[in-house]
Design a protein around this ligand. Structure first.
Ligand code: PMP
Length: 309
């Protein structure tokens, strides 16, 4: 059943939109290797829900309420090892929508506790499970009971990348315009990369785009491991990728420490990896404007903080 636009749930999600997006674009100061290359990163933790994933989660939920897929009495179901689950959970807690998340059992304790605290029903997949396995579990649960669930399906849902195409991309372009020479970010569901690069390339076809991936050396580390999905997501659009680069996890961790000391910001592993990619590129080119994302900050990664500082 379609949710009426007069309903409290619908009014509530529209209201929530005020707290999503419009994040600051931070210019790297001391770690920028040369003045002729500027590096900017969008601080995505500075919005409701605390990560880049609030944007797609919001768009997926809002669109499903409008289409009726997430009708009254339905439970939102998806696989997530981290931020997307938290984003669904924060939004749905406010709207009064039940959430079930399929999660590998080896996810960090912070994630499990935070999801529980937000009222999520967690279904664990095997101990060393991958995101593919959780995705398969969510699909199996949906197929067994399609009337009960709305399967949010972040890896294949167009409303994931569209959140960035209509939000993050225009926000970046509005601030920096045609001056942008490069955009790069890590590939998870690829929603942020796809939505942002599609928008930026339509505006400025000369922009070079680089997808970043972990080198796999430290398999299983929180945050960065979210991007080690074996399967290519349904929303991935290869035509938007000019280059793929791999980032050494140890290098990203060294940079995480340095960024805290020199820039005064505490990055998460994937944010540090994005910055590593941007600094490497800045060393290679003569001049330009490089843009990347800081998907979240260090707060949810206490084991990493313990080991690094
Ligand atoms: N960094 C972090 C911390 C994330 O949670 C995610 C999404 N799982 C990403 C990067 C990758 O973003 P996307 O899914 O848009 O590719």
């Amino acid at each position: 059943m379609v949710i009426s636009q007069e309903s409290e749930v619908y009014k509530s999600i529209i209201e929530l939109g005020k707290y999503i997006g419009n994040t600051p674009l931070y210019q790297i100061q001391h770690l920028s290797p040369k003045p002729s290359v500027k590096i900017y990163a969008k601080m995505e933790w500075m919005q409701f829900g605390g990560s880049v994933k609030t944007r797609p989660a919001y768009n997926i939920i809002k669109s499903a309420l409008e289409s009726g897929e997430l009708g009254e009495g339905k439970t939102l179901l998806d696989a997530s090892s981290g931020n997307t689950g938290l984003a669904y959970a924060t939004i749905c807690a406010r709207l009064g929508i039940p959430v079930t998340i399929c999660l590998p059992e080896n996810a960090s304790w912070e994630r499990k506790k935070l999801l529980k605290g937000l009222g999520v029903n967690i279904v664990y997949t095997s101990k060393f499970g991958s995101s593919d396995e959780s995705e398969a579990k969510a699909l199996e649960m949906y197929n067994a009971n399609p009337g009960k669930y709305f399967l949010a399906n972040q890896y294949n849902n167009e409303n994931n990348w569209k959140a960035h195409y209509y939000g993050t991309g225009p926000e970046i372009y509005e601030e920096l315009g045609d001056g942008i020479t490069h955009f790069m970010t890590g590939l998870g569901t690829t929603g942020s990369f796809t939505g942002i690069t599609k928008y930026l390339k339509e505006r400025s076809p000369e922009i070079k785009t680089i997808g970043l991936q972990p080198d796999g050396a430290l398999h299983g580390l929180e945050g960065w491991k979210d991007m080690e999905t074996a399967k290519i997501p349904g929303i991935y659009d290869k035509s938007l990728v000019d280059e793929i680069r791999h980032i050494d996890t140890y290098d990203a961790y060294d940079l995480l420490k340095e960024t805290a000391k020199k820039e005064g910001i505490l990055l998460s592993p994937s944010s540090a990896a994005n910055l590593k990619g941007a600094i490497d590129l800045a060393n290679e080119i003569k001049e330009g404007v490089i843009v990347t994302l800081f998907p979240d900050n260090a707060e949810k990664y206490s084991e990493i903080i313990k080991s690094l500082f």
